[in-house]
Write a protein that binds this ligand. Sequence first.
Ligand SMILES: NC(=O)c1ccc[n+]([C@@H]2O[C@H](COP(=O)([O-])OP(=O)(O)OC[C@H]3O[C@@H](n4cnc5c(N)ncnc54)[C@H](O)[C@@H]3O)[C@@H](O)[C@H]2O)c1
Ligand SMILES: [Zn+2]
Length: 360
Amino acid sequence: VKRPRRIAAGTGREATEIWFGAGLLDGAASRLISPSGRFLLVTSRGPRAAAERIRAALGGHLLVDLEIDDREQAKTLDTAAVIADAALSAGVRRDDALVAVGGGVVSDVAGFSAAIVLRGIPWNVVPTTTGAMADAAIGGKTGVDTRQGKNLIGAFHPPRVVLADPAALEGLPEREFRAGLVEAVKAAWIGDASLARASEKTLDAVLAREQEPLLALLGGAAAVKAAIVSSDPREGDLRRLLNFGHTLGHAFEAAGGFQSLKHGEAVAWGIAAAVDLSRRRAALSRRDGERILRMLDRLGPFPEPEREPAVLEPYLLRDKKASVRGVAGILLDGIGRPKIDESIPPADWLDAAARISFAG
Ligand SMILES: NC(=O)c1ccc[n+]([C@@H]2O[C@H](COP(=O)([O-])OP(=O)(O)OC[C@H]3O[C@@H](n4cnc5c(N)ncnc54)[C@H](O)[C@@H]3O)[C@@H](O)[C@H]2O)c1
Ligand SMILES: [Zn+2]
């Protein structure tokens, strides 16, 4: 077995040690960090195979062993309170550490609980979806949704350790698996041209869930995000680049009532639109645009998005990057060469939405 890859994110008290490799689940006891040696396990039903292996690895050191509802509708203050209550009832101390085993919903809400219990206890993440490995587990943002919108309450509270083992993906439905990979290739397109090229060659093996190419893509994506958040921990312009594909992506997702399209699927359509606009407003070549669309086509098929301008427009204008100058977006001058365009007219976005397809 190859040795795991180590990726560093953040510095000082906000440093995260990120590990990508096969076999990490069973060796978790030697990598997960708890100053006291005691852990609070928070997981959900989906990733029970991974949770069972973490439970076995941590043996008798579990102060709390809690399964939460991980539907997006349950990513709430109420669920954070359930976790906090379990921790406090068990007599949690500031040197005990939480371990979240699950997808982004579990890590967002469990990480938020870790941020507020005793004003902050250390925590670790074992991501069990492709999206969590490439994206949600990296960067230190934690939080919950409210009825006003997604992720409106939260905290920056980076985990000490992220352990990403492809074995944790066992049981992950195919549609979730593919949707998460969209975020992984997104990271390559904004930050690592050679990863983008390599993943074009290995995508069939990745889709067959072969460990080595899967680790290379997900670990490469995590490294892109880790580098970006390390130089921009609090959401400046650099971190905005991670929103490639998300301006229209969010609008597609919301216009579908968060039902018809998964987040990653909506982002795939959003990237197609950003490619279209990059051909018109940035220096992206036809060839590189086609390479991106071809990858998305291979990651699909994705359900059709809402294209009706009158339906889409209110969601587009609700975007936090909307201003009198237009709706900002991330465009590409080439693969690995992103830039922010602050003033894209709403009509141009809506025209792109009506035009896009992965066939180019
Ligand atoms: N904090 C961040 O920076 C950040 C970044 C991106 C996304 N997010 C958040 O992450 C969430 C989405 O996370 P996600 O894409 O990981 O999906 P998810 O957590 O919603 O999980 C998707 C589904 O997969 C199931 N599942 C998870 N692991 C499984 C496994 N190994 N086997 C079988 N089923 C499994 C879950 O039970 C769930 O039904 C959103 O709430 C989003 O806001 C956060
Ligand atoms: Zn996203």
